[in-house]
Design a protein around this ligand. Structure first.
Ligand code: A2P
Length: 316
C-alpha cells in the first residue's frame, strides 16, 4: 500500500475504510473483516455515533493477534459542539475512551462551524455560534495542546476551504497535517489541492464514490449518480474492474488519500485492491473532464435562515 508523508513526520496509508453511515450493530464485524482483508487505515468521528463499537472490534482484533495498535492509522474528529478551548480535550478523551486507545494517529476539526455545547445539529439559529464567538484558532490551539500531551500524533481539519487553510496555517504553531474534504470526479478540487500542497497539508478525499447511501436529508433532487457515469463505466470495462475501483484509483493517483465506506466484504476487498490500480494519463484526463464543482454534501444544514454561516463563506 502506498503511504503519504505527513507534516511533522510519519505517514498514512493511501486508502482507508470510511465508517460514516456504518450502523452501530454492524460496524464491529466490518472492522474485524477489514483488518483481516488488510485495511490498516480507519476513518472515524465522534459524530458517527459508532466509536465504542469500533473500539471494541479493535480490542478484539488485538486480542486475537490479527494486528497491533502500532500497525494501524486511526483518524477521529472533533464535533462542532466542542470547539471552545475547555471542551476540546474532554471531547478527544471521550473518543479515546470509546476507541479504547491511548492516542489517535490523526485528530481533525470536523467542520469550520461551531455549535452550542450539546447541540448535535442546529435546531434553531441559536444553536450556531459564529466564528467571532469561537474562533477557529481557539479550537486549533487546544488541539495543539492535545498533540503536545501525546493524545494524538497529528492534527488537522476537515471541510476547510483553501482560504481557511491559509489563514489557520499562518497562525498555527503545529502544522496542519491534513484537510479531509469531499472529493471525487464531480468535485475535483484542483485549486484546493494546489493550495494545500503549497502549505504542506495532505488532502484526504471523503465521499469518493459519491456517497450513494447518504441520508435522505442530504439528498437533492437531480443529484447525479457518480458510480453510473458512462465514462467511468467505460474505463472500468477496459480494465476489467468496477466503476468504484476506477474512482478510487483516480483519487490515489492524484496524491490524495481516500476513505471509501463499505460494510460488504467483497466491496471492501475490491476497494482495497483499487489502491494499486494504475490508470494511463489519457484516462486520468478523461476523468478530469467530469469536474463540475458539484457537492453532494453542500453544508447547507449550517446555513439556515438566521445562521451566522453562509455557503459562500464556508466554501469560498
Ligand atoms: P456498501 O456499504 O453496501 O458497500 P462513499 O464512500 O462515497 O460514502 O460511498 C459509500 C457507498 O458506496 C455505500 O453505499 C457503499 O455500499 C457503496 N460502495 C462501497 N464500495 C463500493 C463498490 N466497490 N461498488 C459499489 N458500491 C460501493
Amino acid at each position: 500500500m502506498k503511504h503519504y508523508d505527513l507534516a511533522g513526520g510519519g505517514s498514512m496509508p493511501a486508502l482507508g475504510l470510511g465508517t460514516w453511515k456504518s450502523e452501530a450493530g454492524e460496524v464491529g464485524p466490518v472492522i474485524r473483516e477489514a483488518i483481516r482483508l488488510g485495511y490498516r487505515h480507519f476513518d472515524c468521528a465522534a459524530a458517527y455515533m459508532n466509536e465504542a463499537e469500533i473500539g471494541q472490534a479493535f480490542q478484539d482484533a488485538f486480542a486475537a493477534g490479527d494486528v497491533k495498535r502500532e500497525d494501524l492509522f486511526v483518524t477521529s474528529k472533533l464535533w462542532n459542539d466542542s470547539h471552545r478551548e475547555a471542551d476540546v480535550r474532554p471531547a478527544l478523551e471521550k473518543t479515546l475512551a470509546d476507541l479504547q486507545f491511548d492516542y489517535l494517529d490523526l485528530y481533525l476539526m470536523h467542520w469550520p462551524v461551531a455549535l452550542a455545547p450539546g447541540a448535535f445539529f442546529p435546531q434553531s439559529p441559536a444553536d450556531l455560534l459564529s466564528l467571532d464567538e469561537v474562533p477557529l484558532i481557539e479550537t486549533w490551539r487546544a488541539m495543539e495542546a492535545c498533540q503536545k500531551d501525546g493524545l494524538c500524533k497529528h492534527i488537522g481539519v476537515s471541510n476547510f476551504s483553501a482560504r481557511k487553510i491559509e489563514e489557520l496555517a499562518d497562525q498555527a504553531t503545529i502544522p496542519i497535517a491534513a484537510n479531509q474534504v469531499e472529493l471525487h470526479p464531480y468535485l475535483a478540487q484542483d485549486d484546493l489541492l494546489q493550495r494545500c500542497e503549497a502549505r504542506g497539508v495532505h488532502v484526504t478525499a471523503y465521499s469518493p464514490l459519491g456517497s450513494p447511501d447518504r441520508p435522505d436529508v442530504l439528498k437533492k433532487s437531480g443529484d447525479p449518480d457518480l458510480l453510473a457515469h458512462p465514462a467511468i463505466g467505460e474505463i472500468a470495462s477496459r480494465h476489467g474492474v468496477s466503476p468504484a475501483q476506477i474512482l478510487l484509483a483516480w483519487a490515489v493517483q492524484r496524491g490524495t488519500s481516500v476513505i471509501p465506506k463499505s460494510v460488504n466484504a467483497e466491496r471492501m476487498q475490491q476497494n482495497l485492491e483499487a489502491a494499486t490500480l494504475e490508470l494511463p494519463s489519457g484516462e486520468m484526463n478523461a476523468i478530469a473532464m467530469l469536474d463540475a464543482g458539484y457537492r453532494y454534501i453542500d453544508g447547507s444544514f449550517w446555513a439556515p435562515e438566521g445562521s451566522p454561516y453562509t455557503l459562500e463563506d464556508l466554501w469560498g
